[in-house]
Ligand binder design. Structure first.
Ligand code: 1GP
Length: 236
């Protein structure tokens, strides 16, 4: 099992609030993806999180909880990703919720399992953008500033460029990757075919495939090999 996120080029993000049959879960977990992230914007509860985690645990694939709701923090994951939404206008999503969670769990956390994601949400139509009141009217210099903030100022190991629900601007993603000093760039949003996965893999270190698992599962599965092919020709 590889828990070094710097080696991950492809991950699936599964939503505890969505249905996935045992057969498809097995195909996803055995697909050769580098990890499964469990996370979602709405309807995530302790019970559905634990339920999905225990089903994924039948397989060897690393399993990460991306925490978006303090009530859904469950033990038993390999890693915990903590999103800080840098362009949120609602400060709860930058540090507020985090402070409340740390009041509760700060003393008992295994910090070796915790990683901060510096999130920049760029699809204004997405649920995540609406929830966090993200300022998505950003030009390239704004996004560069957020990338440097995540990388240099906050020392986040992950810069997450989030277009959830829409395929983003890969030239922008690549430009952010090129200016990072230590952070890895995760890209997620609208990857529903091997071709889009290929383009994203050329731009980002790690490609995240979410919704397509539920909407176009065969295509979602094919993104794993597409990303592998890119990496085989262009190791990062
Ligand atoms: C969502 O970035 C992920 O947090 C993946 O986006 O659901 O659009 O694939 P999609």
């Amino acid at each position: 099992m590889h828990l070094d996120v710097t080696t991950w080029s492809h991950v699936f993000k599964l939503d505890p609030d969505k249905e996935l049959s045992d057969e498809w879960l097995e195909r996803i977990c055995l697909s050769g993806t580098d990890a499964i992230i469990v996370g979602g914007s709405t309807g995530v509860t302790f019970d559905n999180t634990v339920d999905l985690m225990s089903r994924i645990r039948r397989y060897e694939v690393p399993c990460v909880l991306e925490i978006s709701d303090q009530d859904a923090i469950a033990p038993g994951f390999d890693l915990f990703f903590i999103p800080m939404v840098l362009n949120a206008r609602d400060p709860q999503w930058i540090v507020g919720n985090h402070q409340k969670a740390l009041r509760e769990y700060g003393a008992i956390l295994d910090w070796n399992q915790v990683m901060t994601e510096g999130y920049v949400i760029l699809n204004g139509e997405s649920t995540a953008a609406k929830m966090t009141q993200a300022d998505t009217a950003l030009d390239i210099k704004d996004v560069e500033a957020y990338a440097r903030m995540a990388d240099r100022l906050l020392h986040c190991p992950i810069l997450y460029i989030e277009y959830s629900g829409a395929f983003g601007d890969m030239a922008l993603v690549k430009r952010m990757r090129d200016l990072l000093h230590q952070a890895r760039i995760f890209y997620g949003g609208g990857i529903d075919s091997p071709d889009k996965a290929r383009q994203a893999a050329e731009a980002a270190h790690t490609v995240v495939v979410g919704n397509a698992v539920y909407e176009q599962p065969e295509q979602a599965l094919a993104t794993v090999q597409a990303v592998r092919d890119v990496r085989a020709h262009q190791p990062s």
